[in-house]
Structures are given as C-alpha cells and as structure tokens.
Write a protein that binds this ligand. Structure first.
Ligand code: FES
Ligand SMILES: [Fe+2]
Length: 428
C-alpha cells in the first residue's frame, strides 16, 4: 500500500513536479511524423505532461514545438498561418520560427530587444522511427536519443502507431508490467489462447495463471521475468523490460515481430500509447501491416481523423454481455480496449493506491513503482538519473522462451539471441 504523498509523486507529471522533472530528463515521443505531413502543413495541438504546445513543420521541413499561446496577448496558435519559415498568429500577425523566436511584429514599431523578449518557449525535437521526439529538460543535460532496437530498423521492417488511453499514465504502464493479468483479462473461452501478437506466439500466458517473478535492476531500469511452470519439466520465462522512464519492450518468442509500448502522459488523466512494431530478420508482411493499421483485435479501430479508439469509455468499450458469457472473459472486442476498460478508472482516473491490497503476483508492478519513486526522489535531492546518460544501454530485447525447468534461463535466452545480439548480456 502506498501513502497519498507517494501516489501523488508517482502520478503527477506537470511542470515542476518531481516525476515531471524526471520525465523531462529523457527524450519522449511528442507526436507521429505523419501528423505533420509536410512543409507548411497545418499546425497540431500537442499536450505533453500538462504543457500546452503547438507543433508545426516549417517551409524547410523543420519541426517546431512551441508554447501554444502567442506572446502578444495569448491567442491560440492552432489557428495560426503556417507561412514562409514561421507560424503567424492570426490575431495581430506576430510571427515565430521553429525556435520560438519572434520574427515580426507588424502592428507596432518595436526595437529588436523587445522582439527578443517576446520569444516563445520552444523545445528541441528530433525525428526518428516515424516519431517526433521532444526533450523538455535543462538544455545542458540533453542526452542522446536512446539506442532503442526499433530505431535501428530499415523502413520495411518497422511500423509505429499510437492511440489515446484514458486514465493516468501509470495505471496503463502498470498493465505492461503485470504479466499475470493476461491469463484473465485477455482470455478467450472457446478458443485456446489470445492473439499471437499479445502472447508473443505462445499461449502459456492464458493457460498458466500462476506466475513467479524474478525482477532485477539493470543499467536501463528493470528486467521483469515471469516464470510459468508448464508441469512437464519445462518452464516458460517471459522477460519484459522496463526502460526508464516509460518504455516497456514486450517479451516475444524469437523470430516473431516485436512490440514496444511507450506511455506518454498527456496530462495527469490521460496518456498516449506509442507502439513501435519491428522484425529485425525480415520485412513486415501485408497481413501484419493491415492489423497494425488498426484493423485487428490488438489494434482497435480509431474514430476517423483521430487517434481515439471507437471502443472507449463513452460506450463502455463496446462491451457485449452475450460475448462475455460465451466467447471472451470481458465481452470486449480488442485487447487494447480490454486493458483500457479495467485501467482507466481504478478507484479514480488517477488510481487510488492507498486502498490496494497487493500480493506476490504484483511484484513487478511494485518494483517498477519503487524504481520510479527512487529516481524521482533522487532527482529532487540533486542526483541525476544515470539511465538518461546511458543511451547505448537501451538497445536491449525482451524475450519469451521455454526451457527445462532447472536450466539457466538467462544463458539460454542469450544463446537464442546470440546470432544477432551477442551483447545481450545486459539482461543481467
Ligand atoms: S495575440 Fe497573437 S498577435 Fe496578438
Ligand atoms: Fe493487457
């Protein structure tokens, strides 16, 4: 059980909050590249960790991520004109470039010093892996972009999408660290198993509900291995990873297309899920791409023109009581909506963790919270998170493997990955 103070510290990411400061030491996805389709395209409102921003792509294709409100009298730059190398406020015509510098004040004669003073807050961005990444921390501490495996793939082997999740980011992220829920929430009654994408190609997660945990500190965050005893002398190990502050590569059987979940707080009551998919050994197939474009059970349909799922809280995630009786544990169609249904309001859209009763199955969730709490408190005390300055350590893979029960499972995982990744010893 947590104290109210700990729960607030974990869940609040606005400017000046301890957890918000921790997140601001890392590069985080601000939007998909496709949202800014080309030079001088329409600007897009972006809210990141409770900061209201505007994103636009200028005439040269450069991305600006600025304070959303004009420095004159605060008009919303969403209505602005994206013109020759800058965005122009339509209220009185002031113009700003991608770095927030005020280029023109056409309604008054002012000295350059005044123009300089009217600079808008702007954040550095980088574009990689179909995402526009933002760094919102102290400029002198800006690290390299983490060397995520998915950022090193050729276009043909890679796809990324996103959708909005209601509720605080942390309860969504706890779901990623909670291997045991899959055997209940995502269970199908008639079919034996869940989608290959969710189960990483195996369905032990739905057959064996009892999970034993081995959770270890690593250079990037945590390695959270769930062991399931298969009852025939073998064990299934699923080693999900937690990369500070918000990235969870999902354990996958070798050769199967991989997934990573990145939870980005919009504000304290909603978040984006960015979901890179990649296969280092082959191009993604048409069937995979079709599913990833929000046409399958793991990728809920979106409301056209938005990144909001059709199954959402306004319609109880499309729950069908007949389907719940005869077909699936929840009667909710997509896996993502099944997660959202139980996660968006856990005694609050910011879950009330003071009233929980945790058990051994919650071990990885507890460890992930402790990791975040410690990092945020250390930063409060002036100690920078070491993980932010170790981008090369983020090139790790999460794996699902079946081995003899008494085998050295970590060595077996390393051996299985060795042809491509001899350095995967960073698991330990
Ligand atoms: S409020 Fe933007 S130019 Fe006046
Ligand atoms: Fe889930």
């Amino acid at each position: 059980m947590m104290s109210k103070e700990e729960n607030e510290l974990l869940t609040q990411t606005g400017p000046g909050t301890p957890m918000g400061n921790l997140f601001r030491r890392f590069w985080i996805p601000a939007l998909l590249s496709e949202e800014l389709s080309g030079p001088n395209c329409p600007p897009v409102r972006v809210t990141l960790m409770s900061e209201k921003l505007i994103a636009f792509r200028d005439t040269d294709g450069k991305v600006g991520l600025l304070d959303r409100y004009c420095s004159h009298r605060g008009a919303d730059l969403f209505y602005g004109r994206n013109e020759e190398r800058g965005i122009r406020c339509v209220y009185h015509g002031w113009k700003f470039d991608v770095q927030g510098r005020c280029l023109e004040i056409p309604n008054a004669a002012v000295p350059q010093a005044f123009m300089d003073k009217c600079k808008l807050k702007s954040y550095p961005t980088q574009e990689k892996g179909g995402m526009i990444w933002a760094y919102m921390g102290p400029p002198e501490l800006m690290p390299e972009l983490p060397h995520y495996e998915f950022l090193q793939q050729p276009d043909s082997h890679y796809y990324v999408s996103k959708f909005k999740a209601d509720g605080n980011y942390l309860q969504s992220m706890e779901g990623e660290c909670d291997s045991g829920h899959v055997g209940f929430l995502h269970r199908y009654l008639q079919q034996d198993g869940v989608s290959a994408a969710s189960a990483g190609g195996q369905n032990f997660v739905t057959k064996v509900a009892h999970v034993s945990w081995q959770v270890e500190e690593t250079d990037y965050g945590l390695m959270m291995a769930a062991q399931r005893d298969l009852g025939d002398g073998r064990a299934n190990w699923r080693a999900n990873l937690f990369l500070l502050p918000h990235t969870v590569p999902i354990a996958t059987v070798r050769g199967v297309t991989m997934t990573c979940h990145i939870r980005v707080p919009i504000d304290d009551e909603s978040s984006w899920l960015y979901r890179p998919r990649w296969n280092p050994s082959r191009a993604l197939t048409d069937a995979e791409l079709s599913q990833f474009r929000h046409a399958g059970e793991d990728y809920p349909e979106l409301i056209p023109g938005t990144y909001i799922t059709k199954e959402n809280k306004s319609n109880d995630y499309g729950m069908d009581r007949t389907a719940q009786r005869y077909f699936s544990y929840t009667g909710i169609k997509s896996l993502a909506a099944q997660d959202m249904a139980v996660q968006y309001d856990q005694a609050g859209v910011i879950a009330d963790r003071t009233r929980e009763n945790l058990v051994s199955a919650d071990r990885a969730v507890i460890m992930m919270r402790q990791k975040l709490l410690k990092a945020a408190r250390d930063l409060q005390a002036g100690k920078e998170p070491a993980e932010a300055s170790r981008p090369e350590k983020f090139n790790v893979r999460a794996m699902d493997i079946v081995v003899a029960k008494d085998a050295d499972w970590k060595r077996e995982m390393e051996t299985a990955m060795a042809p491509e990744r001899p350095w995967v010893a960073s698991l330990a």
